[in-house]
Design a protein around this ligand. Sequence first.
Ligand code: CTP
Ligand code: MG
Length: 248
Amino acid sequence: MAAFLPTMRVAAILLAAGQGRRFSAQTASPVAKQYLTLGGRPVIRHAADALIPHVQILQPVGERASLDGALSGLRTAGDATADGCTILDCVPGGETRQESVRAGLEALDRLPETQKPDLVLIHDGARPYVPAEVTRAVIDALSAHAGAIPGVPVADTIKRVRDGVITDTVPRTDLYRAQTPQGFRFGLLRDLHRGAAASDATDDAALLETAGHHVAMVAGSEDNIKLTYKEDLVRLERLIGPTLLPRT
Ligand code: CTP
Ligand code: MG
């Protein structure tokens, strides 16, 4: 671990304000995907469990009643977990993922100066199975870079298609699929989110890229699956345990 890291305060924003429309359309699930029970615990709780050993502050973003229920039991003394991570009151998200990230960043910025984080991780609450070495690699890379995200190389050949006809084959050697947690210098990401370019960015890394900052790509994991479609649930069940989703 880089020498500077022990002095850095790391916060994680846990995103759970999405509707899970693609998943619900396929499964008719009455609960949003991040609240499905998998291996006896909600998906979002698995995500929180994976992050907590690496961070000092956890900021959940989403609907209070659902989040408080799903994360109940994490706090052992006041707001702190057994690992000494402070779990902040959840804040409501926005219409888009980027608006939800912004809500989390502004909540962290309201902390007293001495408690504000130096580094922030942004994590999809729908990604329950994050290997510890992935989170570690992201945080470690922030000693040398303003941002760092995990990813896995694209294995399939990628074709560009117009009107049903292939126009070209995209060289895949330098293509990666981005995952979370994505890590950033806190003040930098907050300021970029407040800027005009924020609404156009597809993710937080793109905000830094556009502003000319270096974002490192570190090794992600094929198991770090985002629950998006029914097929993802089948793969996650193999890794974590059975779901309570009523079978259709
Ligand atoms: N998210 C959020 N606020 C939003 C949209 C998404 O906090 N307005 C969160 C989701 O809860 C999820 C993560 O961002 O944990 C990744 O987004 P995605 O997988 O797209 O989830 P949903 O937007 O809920 O799903 P869909 O796009 O199928 O509706
Ligand atoms: Mg979405």
